[in-house]
Ligand binder design. Structure first.
Ligand code: SF4
Length: 363
């Protein structure tokens, strides 16, 4: 097993190496504590840090921890985990290949095998779609089809085709941008096939680890990286509360708290929440500002988070429950619902309310 495969376990060659070694997954999880521990670490770091942590010093452990991590993600089977895990594997790979390609000379002298940009592009069928820039400025040109495919998951207006120059069906990119496109390809590769059915024998062996990941997820502050406001994708309960606010209907204190906490959790500032509430004729700006600052922890010692589904249900605020509530998020948390919808949405649907104008446009 090669160090290169351990650094990039999603490569087709790494998978082949594991297959050739004839590793039996059931035996592995039953007998190799170091591999299981590192597999668990990969997933826990993905949830809490957005990377898969430091590599294990032994190549075999590091490489085999990847299929174990995939099994764990499949066993927990939560959309939010799958997404975070794939992102974290891609982020770690991106960091590694950026560093290797950036410091080609140093890596050439210290490692017998290193990643070559051409090989990396070939791995994701990009070799024929990426060309050196004719200006010889160190940049590249990517065929528009390949560009669109891999820019689709990138966040930021600079990736939109209308904001790029286009020459002969090719989009000029610099090396950093090219590697970010590859990062997207890695994320897709990691996501591919997840979650899969895990044999009972393996599931039983990994019960403690699965439980630990579920607990880490439950403790997670789901608010950290949403920061996107698309009311059409809100969960039905929050959409209902927001509609009531905007129609000027009276909201009980707990309902007002729920919608304000939810909006805070998805990254809205106090001013923006005051704005979105402002169409309400019975709106009291000062009271809203005070309540939102209170939720945010600015006028109180505690930062409150948006209520989970169980709390929403106990207050009668769980309204218009749909299939996503029941089948995808298992009535866990409105933020899980929203994160799922954002994840599934087309780029075109993701027009942030804050960039789009005002709240009336959403009606
Ligand atoms: S199940 Fe949860 S997300 Fe769905 S409507 Fe009820 S409270 Fe909202």
């Amino acid at each position: 097993m090669k160090a290169l495969h351990a650094r990039y376990p999603f490569l087709a060659a790494a998978r082949e190496a594991v297959e050739t070694a004839g590793v039996d997954l059931a035996d592995l999880v039953a007998s190799d504590e170091a591999v299981v521990e590192r597999g668990l670490e990969r997933v826990e770091w993905a949830i809490t840090d957005g990377t898969v942590g430091e590599p294990h010093r032994r190549t075999r452990v590091e490489l085999l921890s990847y299929p174990v991590a995939r099994v764990l993600v499949s066993l927990v089977d939560q959309h939010v985990l799958l997404r975070r895990y794939a992102r974290a594997e891609a982020a770690t790979a991106y960091e590694r290949f950026s560093e290797e390609l950036d410091d080609r000379a140093a890596f050439q002298s210290t490692r017998t095998e290193r990643l070559d940009l051409r090989d990396l592009l070939a791995e994701f069928d990009l070799a024929g779609s990426v060309h050196g820039s004719p200006e010889d400025d160190g940049g590249y040109r990517v065929d528009v089809g390949a560009y669109l495919e891999h820019a689709a998951g990138q966040w930021g207006d600079e990736w939109r085709l209308v904001n790029r120059s286009l020459a002969d069906g090719q989009v000029p990119v610099d090396e950093t941008e090219l590697l970010l496109l590859v990062r997207q390809a890695v994320e897709r590769r990691v996501k591919d096939g997840l979650p899969f059915a895990v044999p009972d024998e393996i599931a039983t062996e990994l019960e403690a680890e699965t439980e630990r990941i579920s607990e880490t997820l439950a403790d997670l502050d789901l608010t950290r990286d949403i920061d996107t406001v698309v009311p059409d994708l809100f969960p039905p309960c929050m959409r209902h509360l927001l509609d009531k606010v905007q129609k000027g209907e009276h909201l009980e204190h707990h309902s007002r708290f729920a919608i304000a906490a939810f909006l805070t959790s998805i990254g809205m500032t106090t001013d923006e929440i005051v704005d979105i509430f402002q169409v309400n004729p019975g709106f009291g700006e000062e009271a809203t500002r005070y309540q939102v600052d209170h939720i945010r922890g600015e006028s109180s010692p505690t930062e409150y988070s948006a209520p989970a589904c169980a709390t929403m249900q106990s207050y009668g605020d769980c309204v218009n429950k749909d299939d996503i509530c029941e089948d995808v998020i298992n009535e866990s948390h409105p933020l899980n619902y929203y994160e799922h919808r954002l994840d599934e949405a087309d780029e075109d649907e993701l027009v942030d309310w804050r960039e789009d104008g005002d709240a009336e446009d959403e009606e």
